[in-house]
Design a binder for this molecule. Sequence first.
Ligand code: HMG
Ligand code: MG
Length: 305
Amino acid sequence: MTFQLPKKVTIVEVGPRDGLQNEKSLIQTDIKKQFIAELRNAGIKEMELTSFVSPKWVPQMTDAAEIVADCLGSGARSIVLAPNRKGIDRVYMTNCRAVAVFVGVSNTFNQKNINKTTKESLSELQPIISELKEKGYFVRACISTAFYCPYEGKINSTDTLELCRQFVRFGVDELSVADTIGMAVPNEAYFLFSQLKQEFPRTLLTAHFHDTRKLALANILACLQAGIDRFDTSAGGLGGCPFAPGAAGNAATEDVVYMLERMGIDTGVELGKLIRAVEVIRPHLSRPIESTYFRFYQQTASFSE
Ligand code: HMG
Ligand code: MG
């Protein structure tokens, strides 16, 4: 029996967006900028910086334009989320060239998150995606509730695949497929991502696990075996969608990087510097950092293995 592993994995850091959107206390824009700078310094090459959503729905993201103005790194892919035409028009006023649209497989979740049915979102997003592609943008589609929904329960994988199919037809460059409430188990992760890999060989496929039940690392290992080599993670394990009750943070970047590097898989991320990024944001959070690597690091200053 062979243990199939990639030599290299791309970490897509979602801390400044997913990580902070659920944070109760409003964090100063300058602190967010420092956080982003330290993440870049640690070797992160792809990152969700912020989202152009309604400030009434997610006040933490009100400073999106200022973040983008000051944090577009050179040689790195900086992605911003936008849910609708108004969000896209705000993106056009910046120099950002990579956009993530987002939609839930679950209709109920989609309504709670963006006040539209999944079908209405698709109708709105199709011409937007064509327009973005014509203008030369990189487009990522984030597929929420791909496994389970906090309102509808288990999601049929055929529904998830069908939604992914629509976005691939619309011309997206990347699918980021999410376990929004952190309920998937490794055989489910392996099954869905194997099918995605088989059906969409020319689309970048990224797995996005929330770590509610501490299965994110196990799910990532299952995805590696399904041939997936891109993972959304959040420094400090921050994150969660304000409209998905019960969702904990994302897989912690430091835990994922630690596991992968120890397995001989190159992430391009330096753990020591990554911890510096976590230290920048930590004093401004209303919750403790729960990642395993960070806790060990705090207990033993010399912790490196
Ligand atoms: P709505 O209330 O239906 O929108 O919200 P509306 O068109 O009726 O407009 C309402 C007000 O918002 C208006 O302002 C609009 O101008 C304004 P008013 O006239 O009342 O002063 N507005 C906007 N302002 C700024 N930017 C915009 C925008 N759109 C409308 N883009 C809307 C609909 C989509 C705006 C709202 O539901 C929303 O912002 N939702 C975002 C929710 C969100 O950010 N969720 C988290 C991100 S997704 C996620 O975390 C999941 C993911 O991580 C994967 C996973 O884990 O599953 C990606
Ligand atoms: Mg998420």
